[in-house]
Ligand binder design. Structure first.
Ligand code: FE2
Ligand code: FE2
Length: 288
């Protein structure tokens, strides 16, 4: 394939104007507007934009309508994927305007200028962690055989790689699904897997495949905080270019004073998870 470049955005966490949202820690709509302005100045023009999930902060109608408005004047193809903050139903109804696909995973592929882009849906309804349904794995297996000669990128919200911060062990990919996905991608001409979710940058090479995680546009995780999760102000996006059939990823950081925006300790998280598990058990007992 010939050389090309494109943009990787992630974790937009868009809310609508005037929203009261106690889990929104920065003005994500204005951050996206700023990033769009920077992208508009890029020469030569990127071939497309991929956005690896957490498009909205709550996955509600008003969030999705605002997302749609903000993306409507992108003069480039935009490939969207879903994250745990999104809802499949809301996305289908308010972004794609197709409510016939209720609750189905949103996965697809596209070939742009000789690059085979495979978009997966690792969101799991009402859960934070990522999974891939059997039907999606079956589709992926076939898709990987479809254009064996074309270099491929895979877009998926949750990272499969292990994390150095323990809090992410419970909210990343289901380990069995992560392992299965990585095995499937080995030796299939995949030149990069693009993810988000953890709000910091990480590069891993697993089974000969490079995995890139972007910080995204909401906030940045303090990567030196070992107890729980400390969110700092800061955001970045990635300028990606393919040369000689290999993917190069350049981080474009936005200015930041790294103010603390939010913090939860590991103990708080453990308590929250056990309360949630107890509630689920209770609900199951009622419906049984
Ligand atoms: Fe996120
Ligand atoms: Fe996420």
């Amino acid at each position: 394939m010939k050389d090309l470049h494109f943009v990787h955005l992630t974790d937009l966490h868009i809310v609508h104007a005037g929203a009261t949202d106690d889990h929104l820690f920065s003005d994500t709509a204005s951050t996206l507007e700023g990033v769009k302005s920077a992208i508009a100045l890029l020469e030569p023009r990127p071939s497309f934009v991929v956005i690896s999930g957490d498009l909205t902060n709550r996955g509600i109608k008003e969030n999705f309508l605002e997302l749609k408005r903000l993306l409507s004047d992108f003069e480039l193809p935009v490939l969207l994927s879903l994250g745990n903050h999104d809802t499949r139903d809301g996305f289908y109804e308010f972004v794609l305007e197709d409510s016939s696909r209720t609750n189905q995973p949103y996965f697809y592929s596209q070939v742009i200028e000789g690059l085979h882009i495979i978009v997966l849906d690792s969101s799991t309804p009402n859960k934070v962690h990522g999974t891939i349904e059997p039907e999606q794995f079956t589709w992926l297996e076939q898709e990987l055989q479809a254009h064996p000669e074309l270099p491929k990128i895979v877009v998926v919200h949750h990272p499969t790689a292990p994390m150095h911060l323990p809090i992410f062990n419970s909210i990343n990919f289901d380990p069995a699904d992560a392992q299965k996905l990585e095995k499937m991608l080995e030796g299939k001409n995949v030149i990069g897997v693009l993810s988000g979710h953890v709000h910091f940058d990480q590069v891993s090479v697993r089974g000969g495949v490079p995995y890139f995680i972007g910080t995204g546009l909401h906030n940045q995780t303090d990567v030196l905080e070992p107890d729980g999760l400390r969110a700092l102000s800061g955001a970045s996006w990635n300028l990606c270019y393919v040369r000689d059939n290999a993917l190069n990823v350049v981080k474009v950081p936005l200015p930041s004073d790294q103010t603390e925006l939010h913090r939860i300790t590991q103990a708080w998280m453990d308590n929250y998870r056990s309360e949630l598990a107890a509630k689920e058990k209770e609900a199951q007992a009622v419906t049984a």
